[in-house]
Design a protein around this ligand. Structure first.
Ligand SMILES: [Fe+2]
Length: 350
């Protein structure tokens, strides 16, 4: 068996065989013969000792006697195949029990050898079983390589697609003088909030994508309505709000459900009073509740066609005012804490 040494060079290492037989004389005979053939041999006189040896270090092949004092070889075989699927097993039996040994082939044994042993046949059987094992390992390794490759390429395609959607969001924002840079600013605030709320690394990654892409559905919104300088009619407001649902549909093929739900629910109100809302309170995904606060703060502090930007202090007061109605109080309070720390750091008035 080839193995890499400490310098990364390939060296030949003898394969380890475990001889399991209750008769010391038989173990000794096989041990001597197989050692001469270049294998490293270990012995076990009981099923329990065999399992201990398997647990202690890797074993390439087990020669397993059918008759053992504590447990039969046929009982031990499935345990070995379950715990050590890469270990080959050759059953050893007296000629009168050959039918039992052939049954073992169906349960995963590679071969059987009959007592009294013809040592050359034993060697041949061991070699063939090890060759089959080596082939199985190579196939397994190749399958793993293919799976890794597919996963890597799927990840690359996903990254490319998400990057393309992000570019689309930037292009949409660049076209609109009121929303330029909105998604990136919202993402920055949402991540600071996620951090404050102790989100896991996975949830933070979802939050990042959900925040960056949350308004991609605005591609379906009429620009004239979006940039209307007057108050929107109910019908126009409803038209603009379809962007949450449309955006969720756009990203759905390449992101997980958490990101889809975050986008779908980012305009939900905590008290359930939002447009066509079906969930409320803590049933709204946490990431969507975070995004709602970050999104609202950036919208309030930016110019809009129908009103100028609010001051930072006024916007924070507005978030405070809408706590428990539009915003989750836990999230809104975390936001106020974050902003207060940031203000201290930057010596801002609020
Ligand atoms: Fe939105």
């Amino acid at each position: 068996m080839k193995q890499a040494n400490a310098n990364g060079k390939s060296i030949l290492v003898p394969e380890t065989l475990l001889i399991v037989d209750d008769e010391a004389g038989i173990r000794n005979l096989l041990h001597q013969k197989l050692s001469r053939e270049g294998y490293s041999c270990k012995e076990a006189g009981t099923a329990e000792k065999a399992l201990n040896a398997l647990a202690a270090s890797p074993i390439a092949l087990v020669i397993l006697d059918i008759r053992l004092p504590d447990k039969s070889g046929t009982e031990l075989l499935p345990e070995i195949k379950l715990g050590y699927p890469d270990t080959a097993v050759v059953m050893a039996t007296v000629i009168s029990k050959v039918n039992v040994a052939t049954q073992c082939l169906k349960q995963g044994a590679d071969d059987y050898i009959c007592k009294p042993f013809d040592l050359d046949e034993v060697t041949l059987s061991i070699r063939r079983a090890l060759e089959r094992r080596s082939l199985r390992l190579k196939i397994k390794e190749y399958q793993q390589y293919l799976e890794d490759k597919v996963e890597e390429q799927t990840g690359e395609i996903r990254r490319l697609f998400l990057g393309a959607i992000e570019s689309l969001v930037c292009a949409l924002e660049a076209k609109d003088r009121y929303t330029g840079g909105h998604s990136h600013r919202v993402t920055e605030v949402a991540l600071a909030l996620g951090n404050e709320l102790g989100l896991s690394a996975t949830d933070m990654e979802d939050l990042r994508w959900g925040s960056l892409l949350h308004d991609v559905g605005k591609i379906a919104v009429d620009q004239l309505i979006q940039n209307k300088p007057d108050r929107l009619t109910q019908e126009e407001y409803e038209h603009i709000m379809i962007h949450a649902h449309v955006g969720a549909g756009i990203v759905q093929p390449v992101v997980n459900d958490s990101v889809v739900e975050m986008i779908e629910h980012h305009h939900d109100h905590y008290d359930g009073s939002g447009l066509h809302q079906v969930v409320a309170g803590s049933d709204i995904p946490l990431a969507a509740r975070i995004l709602a606060v970050a999104d609202a703060f950036d919208a309030l502090t930016s110019d809009r066609p129908y009103r100028p930007a609010m001051s930072r202090k006024k916007a924070l007061d507005e978030i405070k005012r809408c706590m428990r109605t539009q915003f989750d109080p836990v999230v809104a309070n975390a936001f106020l804490r974050t902003m207060s720390r940031k203000s201290e750091l930057l010596a801002l008035p609020y």
